[in-house]
Design a protein around this ligand. Structure first.
Ligand code: MG
Ligand code: MG
Length: 259
């Protein structure tokens, strides 16, 4: 899940022990997302995926982080095709060949949060949709490789924006990445495009959820009347990848890496 509003305040530096616990939470998230990705096939409903996410979390002693968060009704955010983020699972939404499926999941485990997202296709995707997924995942890698001590948050933003726009895709601006730890959303905000504003320097012990949302068409989005589902304004397709990373002495560690 991503942040939308300004979140001021100082960026918390985590201890080695705290990072270890955030890693545990993110490993559970990674395990659930791997399990869900393997279930993606025509005919399965987004409701069934949501149930599985909750069951897998329960089995590992973790609590789904999004359920009840500001009133979100489900464990999992599932956003299909022109949906960008925060889609609500439903028995009526059944996956079809060629769908683009963004799975965004988080847990609370022993007092700490994990948060990650992945986008997968149902069967064979169109070349444009394949490229959308490829570019979005690459842009996350570009962002992560700039998550270094001494760099600024805007270095992450710039790397992501450049990676996406040079390929003719666009970056969503209304939603941003965030710090994560004892809260799901902590400072700083991590925009996926360069803003004309001061940007904090990264230091070892910061933990950041980096999450580019990429549209095939225009960057503009709107929220549906359910109050949650974000869709592209022009109906073009969208993808979302996210990792939680810890800034280390000489780089960063991806805490939500899937095997
Ligand atoms: Mg997320
Ligand atoms: Mg997030």
């Amino acid at each position: 899940m991503c942040g939308a509003s300004a979140s001021g305040g100082s960026i918390l530096i985590k201890t080695r022990d705290e990072i270890s616990r955030i890693r545990d939470a993110n490993r559970i998230v990674a395990h659930v997302l791997s399990g869900l990705s393997a279930m993606i096939e025509p005919g399965i409903s987004t409701y069934e995926l949501d149930r599985m996410a909750e069951r897998m979390s329960d089995d590992m002693g973790a609590k789904p982080a999004f359920k009840g968060y500001r009133g979100f009704p489900s464990a999992l955010c599932i956003s299909l095709n022109e949906e960008v983020v925060h889609g609500i699972p439903s028995k009526k939404r059944v996956l079809r060949l060629g769908d683009v499926v963004s799975l965004d999941f988080g847990v609370l485990y022993r007092g700490f949060y994990g948060d990650s997202a992945v986008t997968v296709g149902v069967g064979q995707l169109s070349p444009r949709d394949q490229q959308l997924l490829h570019i979005t995942e690459s842009s996350l890698r570009c962002g992560v490789s700039n998550a270094l001590p001494g760099n600024r948050i805007s270095d992450i933003s710039r790397a992501i924006q450049k990676c996406v726009e040079k390929e003719g895709f666009s970056i969503v601006r209304d939603f941003v990445g965030h710090g994560i730890g004892r809260s799901l959303h902590e400072p700083p905000e991590i925009p996926n495009y360069v803003m004309n504003a001061p940007s904090p320097r990264m230091r070892p012990g910061m933990v950041l959820a980096i999450e580019p949302m990429v549209n095939s068409g225009d960057y503009k989005v709107r929220v549906l009347r359910d109050g949650w589902t974000v869709v592209t304004s022009d109906g073009s397709r969208s993808a979302h990848f996210e990792h939680s990373v810890a800034i280390t002495e000489d780089g960063c560690e991806v805490l939500s890496a899937r095997d």
